[in-house]
Design a protein around this ligand. Structure first.
Ligand SMILES: NC(=O)C1=CN([C@@H]2O[C@H](COP(=O)(O)OP(=O)(O)OC[C@H]3O[C@@H](n4cnc5c(N)ncnc54)[C@H](OP(=O)(O)O)[C@@H]3O)[C@@H](O)[C@H]2O)[C@@H](O)CC1
Ligand SMILES: Nc1ncnc2c1ncn2[C@@H]1O[C@H](COP(=O)(O)OP(=O)(O)O)[C@@H](O)[C@H]1O
Ligand SMILES: [K+]
Length: 565
């Protein structure tokens, strides 16, 4: 899985590379600017060719024969602005007509940003911020390309109003290609939240870019909240920091050095990078069943069903567990729902469970190695069943997925639940359920983010996992998963990977079943949650419009086949 960094981690790697003498800040900035230009031309190949772009350009170094391509580069006062000056220079050298604006005082530029400002000034002018907005309205909206190099990882507070307005104006203009350097200005790199002014009155821009070009690794904010929406297509360019990163990672292996070096690094489920080239989410070893194996070698999942007329959710979960490869799946069904469930299932077995005694007896069977409790269960039933199941399984640390009503049942006393959990448990709340169990964390997530780094979904889920003592998976287009040991992953079902059709009744029940089935197959909790959520989104993408929850388990064989082929 690809690594996803915070701003501090990125800075730490950059500083370490510079301190080692392997590279200078100026070289990194040059590579960053070049990387952005390359990514722009790769994303919009028509900008390479005069005839397609209608500009009369004939490639690098050529003198424009017709109308040159036009870029507007808006630079900020820090190194993100420095990257912007490099980009302006490189485009100008390619024959583009480039207009550069600076938000800030040129006399206050320092270091590599100042160096590249000076280099740009030998080629063209820089418009001061005073006439920024008026000039932009005339110039930028008619340009072929708009480059946002205002703020990157150094953003500490909300955009000034006029910048927010300006970016909103650009985003609203469909004729100009828009690219954000490193991250869309205004977005907090660590949380993906748009920083807001303390005064709630001014409207804050919700600018969404066509392309974001970031350096070395994706940052947390690209994959979560408004940052995911603002980024557009995300390109990650190599600027030669791998060696410094590896050196730090080796130090990370020494726990006492961890905080001083990098802190824990989060992961992007299903993505690869140079450090992790293997596509390792749906492990072939899990999907494959050995030729001489029998069904009990692949685990036995038990899903607790609700009472009559409320059995659909558990049946969806059970079907998910079976399709994902559990050797056997049993539904524990209250007496009044037996005929209803029996009429609906075939390969899935049924165990009548009418009361705590039956549940306890059933749970004595040690072959039942993964439980799913909560979908459609009803809050009252969940409140009595969850302690029985968890107390009975605590000694053996049997795998348990708790979803829906099993979470809501503890809204009044979350600590009662946390006291029962162990490291082989997975909680799968949506934000409403998360709020019931972790109201203080949810409150921090909805509070107005005025300063960076803002409190993030990553922070909230890590704290929740630590408090609960088990894996917590917060559902959404940006699903975040954390373990009590501090591992954190994100599955971003956005842009090329978007699966909005998953927003349909019952799809979360199927996800709970997927994770239960994987745990029945012996996959550890954190891994099962990561794999389950990735496969779930993959099924959603394959199915597309028209998807209903029943389709999701049935799509798994196609997803598996495409992975194994
Ligand atoms: N790390 C790397 O490896 C590499 C990094 N590179 C590039 O460097 C970028 C990071 O540069 P950076 O640290 O200079 O921060 P940046 O985002 O330019 O902003 C800082 C300036 O903005 C100001 N400021 C902040 N918020 C503000 C607001 N709301 N309103 C007004 N002002 C505000 C802040 O002022 P202050 O908060 O101190 O008042 C400060 O002056 C990174 O994103 C990437 O593009 C690449 O060149 C190569 C490799
Ligand atoms: N817009 C979206 N893009 C991607 N996934 C989504 C989106 N909306 C919802 N989902 C996913 O669909 C599932 C919905 O689960 P949940 O809210 O528990 O619904 P239900 O209780 O009806 O099953 C979750 O896995 C969630 O991550
Ligand atoms: K930017």
């Amino acid at each position: 899985m690809a690594e996803v960094l915070t701003a501090a981690q990125m800075r730490r790697i950059e500083e370490s590379a510079i301190a080692s003498g392997a590279v200078t800040g100026a070289t990194l900035m040059e590579r960053a600017g070049q990387g952005v230009v390359d990514a722009i031309l790769a994303h919009w190949p028509e900008l390479n060719h005069s005839e397609d772009a209608g500009s009369g350009m004939a490639g690098e170094g050529a003198v424009p024969t017709g109308l040159p391509l036009r870029a507007v580069v808006l630079c900020g006062p820090g190194n993100n602005g420095g990257d912007g000056f490099v980009i302006a220079r490189l485009l100008k050298r390619k024959g583009w007509a480039v207009e550069v604006f600076l938000f800030g005082d040129p006399l206050r530029l320092t270091g590599d940003a100042k160096l590249n400002y000076t280099r740009w000034c030998a080629l063209g002018s820089v418009q001061s911020d005073l006439d920024l907005i008026d000039r932009f309205a005339d110039a930028g909206l008619e340009a072929d390309l708009f480059v946002d190099a205002i703020f990157g990882t150094g953003l500490t507070r909300a955009l000034p109003d006029r910048l927010a307005d300006l970016l909103g104006k650009v985003a609203g203009c469909r004729t100009v290609r828009t690219v954000a350097v490193d991250i869309a200005s205004g977005i907090c790199t660590d949380s993906g939240r748009m920083l807001q002014p303390a005064d709630p009155q001014p409207a804050v821009s919700k600018a969404s870019f066509d392309l974001t070009v970031t350096f070395h690794r994706a940052k947390r904010g690209h994959l979560s909240q408004e940052g995911a929406l603002a980024s557009g297509h995300l390109a990650i360019v190599d600027i030669g920091l791998d060696l410094a990163h590896q050196t730090l990672r080796r130090k990370l292996a020494v726990p006492s050095l961890e905080d001083a070096c990098l802190g824990s690094i989060s992961h992007w489920v299903g993505q690869t990078d140079d450090a992790n080239p293997a596509f390792d989410v749906p492990l072939a070893g899990v999907l494959a069943k050995d030729a001489f194996g029998h069904k009990f070698r692949h685990g036995h999942a038990l899903v607790f069903s609700g009472e009559t007329c409320k059995t659909g959710a558990a049946r969806l979960a059970a079907r998910g567990a079976l399709r994902i490869g559990a050797g056997l799946v049993t539904l524990a069904v209250p007496g009044n729902a037996l005929s209803e469930v029996a009429a609906q299932v075939t390969a899935i077995m049924i165990a009548p469970v009418s009361g705590s005694g039956d549940a306890l007896n059933l749970l004595q069977d040690s072959r039942l190695n993964a439980l799913c409790i909560g979908p459609g269960l009803g809050v009252a039933l969940a409140r009595s069943l969850v302690p029985i199941a968890l107390k009975q399984t605590r000694a053996v640390r049997r795998s348990v997925v708790l979803d829906a009503d099993a979470l809501t049942a503890f809204a009044a006393a979350p600590d009662d639940l946390f006291a029962l959990l162990h490291s082989n448990c997975v909680l799968t709340p949506h934000f409403g359920e998360f709020t019931r169990l972790f109201p203080d964390l949810a409150q921090k997530l909805v509070a107005r983010p005025t300063h960076g780094p803002a409190y993030s979904r990553y922070d909230a889920v890590c704290e929740a996992a630590d408090r609960a003592g088990c894996v917590v998976l917060l559902k959404g287009p940006d699903t975040v998963i954390a373990s009590p040991e501090g591992q954190v992953s994100v599955n971003a079902a956005l842009f090329e990977n978007q699966a909005p059709w998953l927003a349909t009744a019952g799809s979360g029940d199927v996800l709970a079943g997927f994770i239960t089935g994987l745990m029945a197959r012996g996959v550890p909790a954190m891994r099962a949650a990561e794999m389950g959520v990735w496969l779930h989104a993959q099924c959603g993408r394959n199915l597309g419009p028209g998807l209903i929850a029943e389709d999701l388990p049935e799509e798994l064989p196609h997803v598996f086949r495409s992975i194994l082929s």
